[in-house]
Ligand binder design. Structure first.
Ligand code: NIG
Ligand code: FE
Length: 414
């Protein structure tokens, strides 16, 4: 199966050589080709170049004319919780009326509210609710997504969530990685017995999940009132013994030394980072850990934005992800994430697109196949509607500027 996309006005994010991730100044450049072609064979990008060099006498099974349009690699969303049951719109109204996220949690809402709903939902129902959200993000241009558990909080329900993620992975062309987030919150019955819940995770949940090969990564909500740096360290170290790499929620509300713990334990990413100290920046510098910002979470629950400018200017890499979840970000729209990063975090469009493609791919371990237009990478692409320039993507923040989505070489019809 050979596909030609021709007359592309702007082909973005071309990387001739493989690039792992981009940091600091490197993020300012988004290499592009104007009036270009792109050739796909089966699932892969096999060639691209200026229209003048389009190989002649090649027979194509499908030709897409992209006159006036921009083509870029699909978004890589390295942090989501899109498998959940029901939603939390009542808490949304409670916040409008003045309650904080913390106050809602302390009343038994928040994560424990979602856990109760999920425990009462069958695996089939959970799959059907979740696949709608997956289909929605595919339409919005996401080609690879990480999905977390963490609304089960019992062995049975964590397995249920992870089995749903596995089934989504089997049934859809979007690339999926799964993360075990049993350490999302202490269930009410373990409020005064943290060690009891940690033992349950270590002795029962992690081994059972590893046995079924249900998780690539392990996560914890390292935060005041949730998991301490010491508790998180113990959990991610056991996860590591079972082959799960750490990706950790940290510094959302408070800085309690969590970033140091994560970097010392070779976390692949540290996510949220609404509160970042100078010491945290120094620790992240020259580490292999990718900082991940979730600006639409800040937008939705009105908390500070990750200090992206300060971090990038200090030479750090930065990835962007949606955090799609029922409590703090009921949206998996990466287009809006990129816009919000530009508008609220003062990232340039080039930096934001790099953060949502190449750096996102690194943050979920799929950088060999996703995140750039590189020969041999997966042909998972966004074809926009006609644009003046790609700057329109973040600029027209409320418009859907996507015309077509291609995943692993196949046009997605919706
Ligand atoms: O990434 N902060 C922790 N976890 C999620 C939200 C969980 C919830 O409120 O359901 C987040 O924001
Ligand atoms: Fe999250």
């Amino acid at each position: 199966m050979k596909l030609l996309i021709k007359n592309i006005k702007e082909l973005l994010q071309i990387r001739e050589q493989h690039v792992d991730k981009l940091a600091g100044e490197q993020m300012k450049t988004l290499p592009k080709l104007e009036n270009a072609y792109l050739i796909v064979k089966d699932e892969d990008i096999i060639d691209y170049g200026p229209m003048a060099d389009l190989p002649q006498n090649v027979v194509f099974d499908q030709i897409i004319d992209a006159t006036g349009k921009t083509v870029l690699p699909s978004w890589v969303d390295s942090h989501t919780h899109i498998v959940y049951a029901g939603n939390r719109e009542l808490e949304f109204v409670d916040r409008i009326n003045g309650l904080s996220y913390e106050e809602i949690f302390n009343r038994g809402g928040g994560i424990l509210n979602s856990a109760k709903k999920l425990q009462e939902t069958s695996e089939e129902d959970l799959y059907n609710q979740s696949k709608k959200r997956l289909e929605e993000i595919i339409q919005l241009g996401t080609g690879a997504v990480e999905i977390k558990s963490g609304y089960g909080l019992t062995l049975e329900s964590e397995l249920k969530m992870l089995r749903v993620i596995k089934k989504l992975k089997e049934n859809y062309p979007i690339e999926i990685r799964a993360t075990f987030l049993g350490a999302h919150a202490f269930p009410a019955e373990y409020k005064e017995n943290h060690q009891g819940y940690i033992d349950l995770m270590i002795n029962e949940m992690i081994p059972a999940i590893a046995k079924e090969k249900l998780a690539d990564f392990i996560d914890a909500f390292l935060e005041t009132g949730y998991f301490s740096p010491e508790e998180t360290e113990k959990i991610i170290q056991v996860g590591k013994e079972y082959g799960m790499v750490a990706k950790v929620h940290v510094n959302q509300f408070t800085a309690i030394g969590g970033i140091k713990t994560c970097v010392e334990n070779n976390a692949l990413s540290v996510d949220h980072l609404e509160i970042v100290t100078d010491e945290d920046i120094a620790i992240l510098k020259d580490s292999k850990t990718m900082p991940v910002a979730l600006p639409t979470c800040s937008f939705f629950i009105s908390i500070p934005y990750t200090p992206a400018r300060k971090m990038i200017d200090a030479g750090l890499p930065l990835a962007l992800a949606s955090d799609s979840n029922p409590g703090t970000t009921p949206s998996g729209n990466m287009n809006f994430v990129v816009s919000t990063a530009c508008i609220k975090m003062k990232m340039t469009p080039e930096e934001a697109i790099n953060a949502a493609t190449i750096n996102g791919a690194y943050a979920m371990g799929v950088e060999r196949d996703y995140g750039s237009i590189t020969k041999g990478k997966k042909a998972s692409l966004i074809i926009t509607k006609p644009l003046n320039s790609f700057y329109e993507l973040p600029y027209a923040f409320g418009s859907n500027l996507i015309d077509q989505v291609i995943l692993k070489g196949k046009t997605q019809l919706f």
